[in-house]
Write a protein that binds this ligand. Sequence first.
Ligand SMILES: Cc1cc2nc3c(=O)[nH]c(=O)nc-3n(C[C@H](O)[C@H](O)[C@H](O)COP(=O)(O)O)c2cc1C
Length: 497
Amino acid sequence: MSTDTNTGRDDNIRHHLTYRDLRDWIAEADRMGELRHVSGASWQSEIGMAAAIVCRDDDAPAVLFDEVPGCAKGFRVLVNLFGGGRKNMSLGFPAGLGKVELSDAFAAVFSDPAELIPPVEVDDGPVLENVMLGDEVDLDIFPTPLWHEKDGGRYIGTGSYNVTRDPDTGWVNLGCYRIMVKDRNTVGHNVLPGRHANDHNRKYTERGERMPMVMVVGGDPMTFFMAASSVPGGIGEYDVVGRMRGRPLEVVRGRVTGLPFPADAEIVLEGYVDRDRIEPEGPFGDWTGTYTEAGRINPVVDIKAVYPRNDPILLGFAPQCLPDEFSRFAAITHSAYLKRDIEAAGVPDVKAVWCHEVGGGRMLVAIAISQRYAGHAKQAGHAASMCGSAAGGNRWVIVTDDDIDVANLEELIYAALTRADPATSIDLITGAPGSVSDPRLAPSDREQRNFTNSRLIIDACRPYHWRDQFPEVNKPSPELAQLARQKFGHLVEGGAA
Ligand SMILES: Cc1cc2nc3c(=O)[nH]c(=O)nc-3n(C[C@H](O)[C@H](O)[C@H](O)COP(=O)(O)O)c2cc1C
């Protein structure tokens, strides 16, 4: 046990955020040797091309693009934030933790019942260094990339979040919803049904008012992460960020809407959702590794003010074909939420959960259990497939025994191949809540807005009733494996060369 110097909390693993704003984060990544600088890449194709390479590789560095042709020097774009050892640093954990440990450590801090820490309002901050109001608004000054060659436009909001307020209660919500530039003072955005911003918008519409909205398209990673996480309604993500930082977030109020945003944000857009202008948004290369349908219809946002810091940095987090940066992040956070949800559903002895990167952290879920009774595996599989955090967009669940490292895709498939009998170990569920981004939705279902899907649940545990007779795996025991590593590890280190 150790005590966190920031929060005074006792955590098994010390949690400590070493950065406040995005510039601190960049300095830290640089210090770790995990940042590269690239000058002169174009927003039209080259930043997107580079992102497509680095974001798919966990070992690749973060890249800061500057001197983008057509844009002022100093107007920068950061990509591949969530990779390498900086994943741990970004979430506030020590470098030595593997990805499953990181997920568990994140869960412990994220779900900590300790007091939330509300933001404090300040009068000034770097984000107010430049204020563009009304006719001065011009989104074309930013080096917004065309992320994928077939995107329907330039997406300024990928590592971004939208701030809205519930007009009845005053609760301020943050949600990450992608944002496409339509013209110099209009953006399209994509808020899916069920999102909190949608509830707020409905309430404003019922009052005959336009919903005020702020969009932070470059800012500190932790606030972005919390905006993209499933924080229950009524709880402000800014308060959760305060808890994660161990100190309140400093916010300023927008000149037009009065909505709060971080005083040290990089680029903020402020305006109103225009329900009278419902226009096509997309296509966009989405989290499933496929383009969304052309021209998803969404209300646009009229931008009335823009706040760029001096030398502002746009935060890019555009999905790529899977697995990618987006899915590395989703795997860490969704695995943590799903383990919590399965346990809350009453399933005992869940040893590990991994929402695989290749499934975007949703489509392929693996569970390791210590089997306690007949039917335990099936219970775990059905609960995992349908409970809160996996419900939207899950496709396959594989449940196996706790000797399998479920985060290792080859080990997982090996378990499924050797412990599951296709005729008797597989269940199908139909009509489950799917995702509008599902590439396998038939066009006719999409037209009827039938976004359900079917699910596969594979019981890849040793059959409970004769588990003691199941042939042993011929892997060395942990002791022998350690001895083998000590004596002969040098034979595999450095490969064949
Ligand atoms: C990088 C990233 C992009 C996302 N893009 C969208 C999006 O375009 N639309 C959407 O509705 N949800 C999107 N999500 C998911 C939501 O941000 C997430 O469900 C969040 O919890 C929503 O907040 P809310 O529950 O307060 O509405 C995205 C998540 C991430 C990590």
